[in-house]
Design a protein around this ligand. Structure first.
Ligand code: PHE
Length: 445
């Protein structure tokens, strides 16, 4: 009963057994990312800050259509066919070989191929996921990278000089770096790299991203510490944790000590040579990182619910207007310097919440079919959109006699912008139930 082609942004794609993009997502796809280029939007402020932090040597780029080949999103990056992120429970597929990008790394190969050597690329990315205040199927990432020719790695050469300059700036700041990384833990240098060059690439990566962490969190950390009566000299602490990504080695996660806990802010590493070979620049060596914007904006600006990024309510955007510059470029080309707009101490003041409306759904699972929560979440999102705040599993048991498995989920219906009518919620909920029965073959209890 499904059509054999799917039209996205004016292009037709054949569908197959992997196709799983619901109408609610399709209708929101656009040829270029919108929120990070929307005037007064916190994601635009954050993008501005990132671009300002790395400076004009890095070309700001915005991605185009979110529809990418699985080759770009996964294979070229060495993400194996059995990697959990590739499962249709986690990724939106147009068909078996085409998906909605799940991360900005999908654009590394083509960006390097276009001869960009230092760049920051902003894009909307898509993942099937749970429903709560911090998860949304569409979010935004910025990918940054810098690659250099071997001659730039010469002792006393360009890369080393830049490291010395960046490190000198960091040394003057109130800043503490915990480096927990032994190289072997982090995946090690790639065997075909000159270890001296790879070590210098790591040093450049660290100096750049420590600067970025300081730019994003430094002032606010100092301000909040002083306000709490703490010592204004408490340094901003950043730590480097060994990590694994198939497309970088060595790889790291960077965390910042903020409001009493370690906050993971990004993933990064030395670009796998496979990526650069694919891109037609085998003679370069360098690093890349990827940072998610929503989670950091929520922490920095105290935004309590991820749906707020999508609201048109002026009580939201209005609060960011004072801090933002007058013109945020939407062309993605060279944007104005962001040093003119440092909304560093801006804090969102939540406007009053409307009452929640909880509805439970209890059901028996079909015995012959696998159940994945994300499929349930997707059905709820597709019907209810931004009127669902969260969905929580509250019960799960196997009947001792029949061996049938029962589940119960609690759906919290609540709008960010208005009070919901009872009738409206009842109608939404009964539609959700009907769709769950129809699409998941469950039996309502
Ligand atoms: N793409 C990774 C993610 O989404 C982040 C990353 C980017 C890691 C670049 C290393 C290098 O989690």
């Amino acid at each position: 009963r499904s059509p054999t082609t799917m039209s996205i942004l004016g292009k037709d794609y054949p569908t197959d057994d992997y196709t799983n993009i619901p109408a609610s997502i399709l209708s929101r796809l656009s040829p270029t990312p919108t929120l990070p280029y929307t005037k007064n939007h916190p994601l635009a402020l954050l993008r501005d800050q990132l671009e300002a932090s790395v400076g004009p040597l890095y070309t700001p780029i915005h991605a185009t259509s979110p529809v990418v080949s699985t080759e770009l999103n996964f294979e070229d990056l060495g993400i194996a066919a059995d990697h959990p992120g590739r499962s249709p429970t986690d990724t939106y597929y147009v068909n078996r070989t085409t998906c909605l990008r799940t991360h900005t790394s999908a654009h590394e190969v083509e960006t390097f191929r276009n001869k960009h050597e230092r760049w920051l690329l902003t894009a909307d990315v898509y993942r099937r996921d749970e429903i709560d205040a911090s998860h949304y199927p569409i979010f935004h990432q910025v990918e940054g990278a810098a690659i250099f020719a071997h001659e730039d790695y010469a002792p006393g050469g360009k890369v080393e000089q830049e490291c010395v300059e960046m490190e000198a700036k960091l040394a003057k700041a109130n800043f503490e770096i915990e480096d927990q990384v032994g190289l072997s833990e982090a995946g090690g240098y790639q065997s075909h790299h000159d270890p001296r060059e790879a070590a210098l690439a790591v040093r450049h990566l660290k100096a750049t991203l420590n600067g970025l962490a300081l730019e994003l969190f430094g002032e606010r950390h100092a301000f909040e510490t002083a306000q709490k009566g703490g010592s204004a000299t408490d340094p901003l602490r950043v730590r480097w944790i060994p990590a694994f990504f198939p497309f970088t080695s060595p790889s790291y996660e960077v965390e910042v000590w903020f409001r009493g806990k370690w906050l993971e802010i990004l993933g990064c590493g030395v670009v796998q040579q496979r990526t650069l070979d694919k891109a037609g620049v085998p003679d370069r060596l360098g690093w890349a990182f990827g940072i998610g914007l929503e989670r950091i904006a929520m922490v920095l600006y105290s935004i309590p619910d991820i749906r707020l990024f999508w609201t048109q309510d002026s009580r939201f955007l209005g609060q960011f207007a004072s801090a933002s510059s007058n013109k945020v470029s939407s062309a993605g080309g060279q944007s104005k310097t962001a040093s003119t707009c440092k909304p560093k101490l801006l804090t969102f003041k939540p406007y009053s919440k409307y009452p929640p409306c909880y509805k439970d759904v209890s059901f028996w699972l079909p015995q012959e079919r696998k159940f994945h929560e994300n499929d349930l979440f997707e059905i709820v999102r597709d019907r209810v959109g931004d009127l669902v705040e969260d969905v929580v599993k509250i019960d799960d048991f196997v009947h001792p006699k029949t061996k049938k498995q029962s589940m119960c989920y609690r759906i919290n219906y609540r709008s960010m912008d208005r009070s919901l009518e009872n009738d409206e919620v009842n109608e939404l909920h009964s539609d959700v139930l009907a769709r769950l029965v129809d699409q998941l073959s469950i039996e309502i209890r």
